[in-house]
Ligand binder design. Structure first.
Ligand code: NDP
Length: 446
């Protein structure tokens, strides 16, 4: 290992040794950014990466709420305000029992680079709670969200920090949190994104992350004179990102054969068409049940309990569920079965070993900070529309989204070009780094 890299990682791990996901994200960025810093004198002597891995502020707070049986419950709330060099903190809130500081710091760190890549003026942050929304009534969700916002509202604002959704936080939760913020602050402002259309939301925001992930795959394939059309696609997850990634694949005439949740995956060899996808959306968004229920209506499909879909033959893989859901064996199996393109819808879904396999085999691989940036990009467009007190049409937002994803793709090529191969990971890290680092240097040691 390069000496500079080793020294840097040793120093960081002393401070963060108990945070494996955060260390994984820092290592992944450092491996490509440190050599870039070494070869560019303007960054010497500034300790710039060390400043970037330390959050500007971390908030941790108690969230009390009362469940339907009258019992008092206690959860932990967080907001990691990572970096505000190029704009107010921006990033989602995750409600999942696995949430801890390590996961939120990794997500916030990735978010800084991702937001920089969009070219919109947004810093990076992330937050959430170890609250588990599964099996809770609407009333319980509302009381939790209100309690969470009763503390968080002090630290956020339309020019300070603008949270959005993530795992376990969709339109319903954003609505409850927005309502509570408005009541406490006595003002109607664009403090959250992912809002409902009639109260400040943007068209295409729900679709943006999934659509963007597929647009990125299309850009990578176009670059080697291929396209998404007619390809077989394997997708994990069945939440917000997975659903709209599937919708866009179907619109582009690809064949989607899998979707999953934490209980296992469904394999529909004939392909999940629009009608079948609408049924999945109803199961997941309205009935809130397990993906295996799909077989009740479409019995020809198969359900694989507690398994991930990476052994299914495909041309394109879109991991859209969660971090570290695709490991080295999965990567080898994908390649053996013909996969040529991986575009991450989730954040850090592929383990470092899996990425090494992709790179060795020179298949197209896009890291989430580039390929799933469509969500935060349209959140940025939602903020712009809120400031203008105006709404753009569906086509206008979708065209802006396509342009932003194409720009990110091209930045990755500029900074990630290697002999006969585009290293999208390196390209995304360096392009994201430059803008934030230059702004930090210009603003002095603060
Ligand atoms: P949702 O909560 O809507 O859906 C999450 C999906 O992933 C569900 O199908 C869920 O299954 C599955 N899942 C979650 N945790 C696990 C796990 N530990 N093992 C297996 N499956 C799991 O979240 P989103 O679709 O919004 O987010 C998915 C990913 O995309 C996350 O990594 C998120 O950070 C990333 N992302 C999201 C953006 C957005 O705009 N929403 C923007 C950019 C990235 P189950 O229902 O069983 O829990």
């Amino acid at each position: 290992m390069d000496k500079n890299l080793e020294r840097f990682l040793n120093e960081i791990s002393v401070r963060n040794s108990h945070e494996p996901e955060f260390m994984q994200a820092v290592r992944e960025v450092s491996e490509t950014v440190i050599p870039y810093i070494v070869s560019n004198k303007i960054y010497h002597g500034k300790n710039i990466l060390m400043r970037m891995v330390e959050p500007e502020r971390v908030l941790m707070f108690r969230v009390n709420w009362v469940d339907d049986s009258g019992e008092i419950r206690v959860n932990r709330g967080y907001r990691v305000q990572m970096n505000s060099a190029i704009g107010p903190y921006k990033g989602g809130l995750r409600f999942h029992p696995s949430v801890n500081l390590s996961i939120l710091k990794f997500l916030a760190f990735e978010q800084v680079f991702k937001n920089s890549l969009t070219t919109l003026p947004m810093g990076g942050g992330k937050g959430g709670s170890d609250f588990d929304p599964k099996g809770k009534s609407d009333g319980e969700i509302m009381r939790f969200c209100q309690s969470f916002m009763t503390e968080l509202f002090r630290y956020i604002g339309p020019n300070t920090d603008i949270p959005a959704g993530d795992i376990g936080v969709g339109g319903r939760e954003i609505g409850f949190m927005f309502g509570q913020y408005k009541k406490l602050k006595k003002e109607f402002t664009g403090v959250l994104t992912g809002k409902g259309l009639s109260w400040g939301g943007s068209l295409i925001r729900p679709e943006a992350t999934g659509y963007g992930t597929v647009y990125f795959a299309e850009n990578m394939l176009n670059h080697i004179n291929q396209s998404v059309s007619k390809k077989t696609v394997v997708i994990s997850g069945s939440g917000n990102v997975a659903q709209f990634a599937a919708e866009k694949c179907i619109q582009l005439s690809a064949k989607v054969v899998t979707l999953s949740d934490s209980s296992g995956f469904i394999y529909d060899k004939e392909g999940i068409n629009s009608e079948k996808l609408n049924h999945i959306m109803d199961l997941k968004n309205n009935k809130r049940v397990r993906i295996s229920e799909y077989l009740n209506k479409y019995p020809k499909a198969k359900f694989y309990k507690s398994k991930t879909p990476w052994n299914v033959p495909c041309d394109i893989a879109l991991p859209c569920a969660t971090q570290n859901e695709l490991n080295k064996n999965d990567a080898e199996s994908l390649i053996k079965n013909g996969c040529i393109c991986i575009s991450e819808g989730a954040n850090m879904p592929c383990t470092p070993d899996a990425i090494t396999v992709f790179r060795k085999n020179k298949v197209l691989y896009a890291p989430g900070k580039a390929s799933n940036a469509g969500g935060v990009a349209v959140s940025g467009l939602e903020m712009a529309q809120n400031s203008l007190r105006y709404s753009w049409t569906r086509e206008e937002v979708d065209n802006k989204l396509k342009d932003i994803i194409l720009d990110i793709h091209n930045s990755c090529i500029t900074h990630g070009k290697e002999k006969k191969y585009i290293n999208y990971e390196k390209g995304a890290n360096i392009a994201g780094f430059i803008k934030v680092a230059d702004a930090m240097i210009a603003q002095g040691v603060v």
